[in-house]
Design a protein around this ligand. Structure first.
Ligand SMILES: *Cc1c(COP(=O)(O)O)cnc(C)c1O
Length: 381
């Protein structure tokens, strides 16, 4: 089955009791048993729910994986992955990381004796020196948020295999439409489903996809034991959103390309971060591991001040100023004061996350309107 067929058909079967073509919202907490232990595979909705099962199977198929697990948020999914570890274990992570992930690692899991190193993975050859006998997990985001750095998944996965370390990829920005980390050697792929997968800015959810049955069993245990599961209504909304993922992504990529080129040629713009540019760091890796370059763009202004960035964002009309990304509507954000405010300024500046950096999630509107909007807002600074 090809990708566009999977989004619509994988894991979805008409409801056997009625023939309903759309997966029903099984809004139930429990299931009647004929006699103790004699049931139809469903006992209690923290453990299993048919709407969630359909979504989990669909997501697994999209990532070319065997097992999918959904969580109440992207961070709840990351939380479950970290709970595979024990006190004393070490994690090597991308240094340019989603702020909430950084906060979860340093403010929650460090307390339980897990150690984190945040390093640049731009050149995988420099990574091996950080691996110790205690290293148990390598955590990768690519493209990174918000600097759009590209990490070579194949190279990092080879290193992880060599040292028998688990490798997880946060695939939120790329989505399975653009890259499939499991195919490239990663052990775990994680999503903030909230973003492109749900796609309509109306759900918060997370997911994990793996191939290894033992890993799937441990994660399913954590999903049930810790209980951060999504409700059936949200699973239904995501199933509905995913049916158009390939169409939406195609347009996100087209619009992203147009807007990135427009910004690059604008006299008030200093630098544009978008992996599709030939001079973007690791563009060759992006070309190899991604099918296209996506609709996420960051840029800085020549007048490198927070005030200029704020003024621009206040004047944008179609790019709403909001947290999050990946919805049909265009959004803009100021990472230094929003998504990445929990990362200290000194750490932010090390990775180039300056005060005038603006991040765009380019939506699927008519791109001419988006260009006009950016143009009029840039005129006002
Ligand atoms: C939003 C996001 C998360 C966290 O997901 P939530 O659904 O908000 O909990 C993790 N990683 C990336 C890259 C994100 O954009």
């Amino acid at each position: 089955m090809k990708f566009g067929t999977k989004t619509i058909h994988a894991g979805i079967t008409p409801d056997p009791s009625t023939g309903a073509i759309m997966t029903p919202i099984f809004q139930t907490s429990t299931y009647v048993q004929k006699s103790p232990g004699n049931h139809q595979g469903y006992e209690y909705s923290r453990t299993h729910n048919p709407t969630r099962t359909a979504l989990q199977q669909n997501l697994a198929a999209l990532e070319n994986g065997k097992y999918g697990l959904c969580f109440a948020s992207g961070l709840a999914a990351i939380d479950a992955i970290l709970k595979l570890l024990n006190p004393g274990d070490e994690v090597i992570s991308t240094n340019d990381l989603y702020g909430g992930t950084y906060r979860l690692f340093t403010k929650v899991f460090e307390k339980y004796g897990i150690k984190f190193q945040f390093v640049s993975m731009a050149n995988p050859d420099t990574l091996e020196q950080f691996i110790s006998p205690n290293t148990k997990l390598i955590w990768v985001e690519t493209p990174t948020n918000p600097m759009m750095n590209i990490i070579d998944v194949v190279a990092v996965a080879a290193l992880a295999k060599k040292h028998q370390v688990l490798m997880a990829v946060d695939n939120t920005f790329a989505t399975p439409y653009l890259q499939n980390p499991l195919d490239q050697g990663a052990d775990i792929v994680m999503h903030s489903v909230t973003k492109y997968l749900a796609g309509h800015s109306d759900v918060v959810m997370g997911a994990i996809v793996v191939n290894d049955p033992k890993l799937a069993e441990e994660l399913a245990f954590l999903q049930n034991a810790c209980g951060a599961v999504p409700g059936p209504q949200d699973c239904f909304l995501v199933l509905r959103g995913i049916k158009t993922l390939h169409i939406r992504m195609e347009r996100h990529c087209q619009n992203g390309k147009t807007i990135a080129a427009y910004l690059k040629n604008h006299p008030k713009v200093a630098k544009v971060y978008w992996p599709g540019f030939e001079d973007h760091p690791n563009h060759d890796v992006a070309k190899r591991q991604m099918r296209d370059f996506g609709g996420m763009i960051s840029f800085t202004l020549k007048s490198d001040q927070k005030e200029s960035a704020f003024r621009l964002m206040e004047n944008l009309e179609y790019f709403s100023l909001a947290e999050s990304l990946g919805g049909v509507e265009s959004l803009c954000g100021h990472p230094a004061s929003m998504t990445h405010a929990s990362i200290p300024k000194s750490e932010r500046e090390k990775v180039g996350l300056s005060d005038s950096l603006i991040r765009l999630s380019v939506g699927i509107e008519d791109v001419e309107d988006l260009k006009k909007d950016i143009s009029q807002a840039l005129d006002k600074i």
